[in-house]
Design a protein around this ligand. Structure first.
Ligand code: ADP
Ligand code: MG
Length: 536
C-alpha cells in the first residue's frame, strides 16, 4: 500500500510486484536477466514465491490451473521489439497490452488477471518496458487498484435446460463426456451425482480424468471408441469437438448423434457439429440445473440395457487385451508391462503429468486418476516440452497445499529432451517429483544398439540414421544424479518395481527412473486411425 507516503519514491519493479500481490498472485515462474531480476526480487520481498526456470518454453507453460484465484498465466519480457510482441501475443492470448506508464501498471495487471480467469481461462500478456523497472516514481502517484472480483458464475437458459433433460431421458444410448472444463469448474460433486443418480456411462478426456474417478463402475474409458461410435446422445461437459474428439464426425460417431454442449464460451457452441441443445454457462451451475430438472419426474437410465451390455463387453475385451500385453515376459519390456507395474504402485492422490507420443496415449489408458485436477497432459496442440514445467508447478502447489502428495511425471525419451535441463530446477527447489522416462531410443520408435552399430559401420550418422532415432541406451537417469537426485536405470519389471518403491519411499529427494523398453514397441491394434484430411 503506497498511499500516505507522498514524498517517498518507489521503483517500477516494486510497483509491478505490488500489483501482482494485490491480485493474489502466489507463484511467479520466470527466467531472469537484467532488468527482470529486480521484479523477481521485489516479488519475493512481498512473499510471492519465485521459481527460476531454465527453459523459456517450460516457463511459459506455467502456472497451471489448480487454484482459480492464483492461476492467471501472465507473461512479461524485459527487452525485445516491444510493439511487435504485444501485437504478436494478441493472437495467442486473451489480452495483450503494454502499460503506457508505471502509474498504469496496477490497472493493466488487474485487467490481465481478470481476463485470464473470467470466462474460458487463458493466458494473457503484459509487456513491461525495460526502463520501467528501475525508474523511480513518487509513491503518491500510484493509485490503489483493488483485487479483481472472483469470476461470476453464469447459468444456462431455463428452456434449454428443460430441452436437454428431455433429450437425455429419451436417449437410447447416452454418454457423458467429461472434459477439463468440468475440472476447472470444480464440478466433481454435481457431475458424480448426475452419473450415479441416473446411471449414465461417462468418458473422461485426458485432463477430465479424476473429476469422477477412473475406477468408477460407470466409467467407460476402456471402451472409448465403441462409446463414441454408437452413442445417440452425448452430453459434452467442457470439452471441445476438436481432433482429440474426432471433430464429432462419422465414422467415429453416428451421423445423427445429438450433442448437448455445455460450455462457458459462447463462441465454442456449434464448432464442427450443430448441437441439439446448447447450455451456455458454468459447468457446475449448469449440472445442478440439470439435476434439478431431471429430478422432477422419476427416471434413471436402465442399468440392464443393451447399451450397457455392449459397453461392458467391449471394456472387458479391451482390458483383457491390454492385460495380455502387460503380462508378456519378453525383454525389453513393452509399454503395457511398464504402465501396469507403475499403476500398481501409484499413490491414489498423486498428480500424474504425462507427455510423449505412445507414452502419453497408452499411459492415459492405464494410469488412473482418482482426484480432479490431478492430471496434466500435453494439450490440444500436443506441444512437447511442457511436462517438466507442469510437474514443477504441480509440485510447488502440492508442497504448499497438499503436503505429501507426489508428482509422477511420465515422459517419453524424446519428450524429456525438450526441457530436460529443468531437472536442475527440480533439484534446486528439491521438489517431490518422480520422473519416469519411458525410453525406446527414439521418437515413436527407435533401434537397438546392434542395429545402431550396424548402421554406422560404413557411413556417418547424418546420412544413414533414420530421423526418428535417438542414441540407444542413453542414461537419462544421470541427468538427475548430476544434480544430486536419485537415478535408476531399469530393464526388467523387477528392477522397475524396486526402483519405484524406493523412489516413493524417499520423500527427501526427487528421482528419475530411466525405463528401457522394446525400441519397436507400439500400442495395441486400433480399429480407427486419427481422422485426417486424407481419410475424412
Ligand atoms: P479437453 O482437453 O478436456 O477436451 P478442451 O480444452 O478441449 O478440454 O475444452 C475445455 C472446454 O471447457 C473449453 O471449451 C472451455 O471453454 C470450457 N470451460 C472451461 N471452464 C469452464 C467452466 N467453468 N464452465 C464451463 N465450461 C468451461
Ligand atoms: Mg480437448
Amino acid at each position: 500500500n503506497f498511499a500516505e507516503r507522498s514524498e517517498e519514491q518507489v521503483s517500477g519493479a516494486k510497483v509491478i510486484a505490488q500489483a501482482l500481490k494485490t491480485q493474489d498472485v502466489e507463484y511467479v515462474f520466470g527466467i531472469v536477466g537484467i532488468p527482470v531480476t529486480e521484479i523477481a526480487i521485489a516479488a519475493q520481498q512481498l512473499g510471492i514465491k519465485y521459481i527460476g526456470m531454465r527453459n523459456e518454453q517450460a516457463a511459459r507453460s506455467l502456472p497451471c490451473c489448480f487454484w482459480p484465484r492464483s492461476h492467471p498465466r501472465l507473461g512479461w519480457y524485459g527487452k525485445c521489439k516491444r510493439e511487435l510482441l504485444v501485437e504478436a501475443c494478441r493472437l495467442y492470448t486473451k489480452f495483450s497490452a503494454r502499460p503506457s506508464s508505471i502509474e498504469a501498471v496496477p490497472f493493466v495487471i488487474e485487467k490481465a488477471v481478470r481476463s485470464s480467469i473470467y470466462g474460458r481461462p487463458g493466458a494473457c500478456y503484459v509487456d513491461i518496458p525495460a526502463d520501467f523497472v528501475n525508474l523511480q516514481v513518487n509513491v503518491s502517484s500510484i493509485k490503489d487498484v483493488e483485487r479483481c472480483m472472483s469470476p461470476p458464475i453464469s447459468m444456462a437458459e431455463t428452456s434449454a435446460v428443460c430441452t436437454a433433460a428431455s433429450v437425455i431421458k429419451n436417449a437410447k444410448q447416452p454418454l457423458l463426456i467429461i472434459g477439463k472444463g468440468a475440472a476447472y469448474a470444480h464440478a466433481e460433486e454435481s457431475i458424480q451425482k448426475l452419473v450415479e443418480q441416473y446411471k449414465l456411462p461417462f468418458l473422461p478426456t485426458p485432463m477430465g480424468k479424476g473429476v469422477v474417478p477412473d475406477n468408477h463402475p460407470y466409467c467407460v474409458g476402456a471402451a472409448r471408441s465403441r462409446a463414441l461410435q454408437f452413442a445417440d446422445v452425448i452430453v459434452l461437459f467442457g470439452a471441445r469437438l476438436n481432433w482429440i474428439l474426432h471433430f464429432g464426425l462419422p465414422p467415429r460417431y453416428q451421423p445423427d448423434v445429438k450433442f448437448i454442449q455445455v460450455d462457458i464460451c459462447a463462441e465454442e457452441l456449434g464448432n464442427n457439429v450443430k448441437p441439439a441443445v446448447t447450455l451456455l454457462g458454468d459447468i457446475n451451475a449448469v449440472t445442478k440445473q440439470l439435476l434439478e430438472e431431471l429430478d422432477k419426474t422419476p427416471w434413471q437410465y436402465p442399468p440392464e440395457s443393451k447399451w450397457w451390455k455392449t459397453l461392458r463387453e467391449k471394456m472387458k475385451s479391451n482390458e483383457a487385451a491390454s492385460k495380455e500385453l502387460a503380462s508378456r515376459e519378453s525383454l525389453p519390456m513393452n509399454y503395457y508391462t511398464v504402465f501396469y507395474h507403475v499403476q500398481e504402485q501409484l499413490p491414489r492422490d498423486c498428480f500424474v503429468v504425462s507427455e510423449g507420443a505412445n507414452t502419453m496415449d497408452i499411459g492415459r489408458t492405464v494410469l488412473q486418476n482418482y482426484l480432479p485436477r490431478h492430471r496434466l497432459d500435453a494439450g490440444t496442440f500436443g506441444t512437447m516440452g511442457v511436462g517438466l514445467g507442469f510437474a514443477i508447478a504441480a509440485a510447488m502447489v502440492a508442497k504448499d497445499r497438499s503436503p505429501g502428495q507426489r508428482v509422477i511425471c511420465v515422459e517419453g525419451d524424446s519428450a524429456f529432451g525438450f526441457s530436460g535441463m529443468e531437472v536442475e530446477t527440480i533439484c534446486r527447489y528439491n521438489l517431490p517429483i518422480i520422473l519416469l522416462v519411458v525410453n525406446n531410443n527414439g521418437i515413436y520408435q527407435g533401434f537397438d544398439t546392434d542395429t545402431w552399430k550396424e548402421m554406422l559401420k560404413f557411413q556417418d550418422a547424418a546420412s544413414v540414421v533414420p530421423p526418428m532415432c535417438l542414441l540407444p541406451n542413453s542414461h537419462y537417469e544421470q541427468v538427475m544424479t548430476a544434480f544430486g537426485g536419485k537415478g535408476y536405470f531399469v530393464q526388467t519389471p523387477e528392477e522397475l518395481q524396486k526402483s519405484l518403491r524406493q523412489s516413493l519411499a524417499d520423500t527427501a529427494k526427487p528421482s528419475l527412473i530411466n525405463i528401457m523398453i522394446e525400441p519397436q514397441a507400439t500400442r495395441k491394434t486400433q480399429d480407427f486411425h486419427w481422422l485426417t484430411r486424407s481419410n475424412m
